[in-house]
Ligand binder design. Structure first.
Ligand SMILES: CSCCC(=O)/C(O)=C/O
Ligand SMILES: [Fe+2]
Length: 186
């Protein structure tokens, strides 16, 4: 089961630690969706091809692009700078979709009250981060993750660092947050 929790305010220690509040305050999947619009699916990281659920999700959501990213010192070109930019608070004009094949890391998202929620992702997790939400990513202390990335159409990876409040995708995200997130069906 995915683990997610409200983060502490400590910005002085290693970003790759869990950064729980004291006592820890966990957020369940339903609450995570209501507070942020983040969606999550769990697949078997070994048998996912036979299971067919990934194909269903891809077809339903129209993901036409797929590639793979490995974040490790050995595999990711310009590792230090890339990790710095992943951890800068930013948003995208499109959803950020990741399917973790191996390793782990943390996606941090801002909720409606601007609190950080830390979401731990491990092998088998699919996370869908809405367009227009402020978020960031860090590896954990193991410094390794391998994930598939999906996109509708030609991929746009460009991060827009906070503040980006005038962007249309930000305004539309805030409207959805106000109205309450609903699962979109065809
Ligand atoms: C696990 S994929 C690396 C993080 C990333 O691609 C991104 O855009 C973070 O916001
Ligand atoms: Fe991002």
């Amino acid at each position: 089961m995915v683990r997610a929790w409200f983060m502490d305010d400590d910005t002085t220690t290693d970003q790759r630690l869990e950064h729980h509040r004291n006592p820890p305050e966990y957020v369940d999947l339903q609450k995570l969706f209501e507070l942020s619009g983040v969606e999550y699916f769990k697949l078997d990281p070994v048998k996912y091809k036979e299971e067919g659920m990934l194909d269903n999700i891809r077809k339903q959501r129209g993901y036409s692009y797929e590639d793979e990213i490995t974040c490790s010192r050995e595999c990711l070109p310009d590792y230090e700078n890339k990790l710095k930019s992943f951890f800068k608070e930013h948003l995208h004009t499109d959803e950020e979709i990741r399917f973790v094949l191996d390793g782990q890391g943390y996606f941090d998202v801002r909720d409606a009250q601007d609190r950080w929620i830390r979401i731990e992702v491990v092998a088998g997790d699919i996370i869908i981060i809405p367009s227009g939400i402020y978020h960031r990513f860090t590896l954990d202390v193991n410094n390794f993750i391998r994930a598939k990335r999906y996109f509708v159409g030609e991929p746009v990876w460009l991060p827009h660092n906070r503040p980006a409040d005038d962007m249309d995708c930000r305004k539309s995200y805030l409207n959805k947050l106000k109205d309450g997130f609903k699962i979109e069906t065809c």
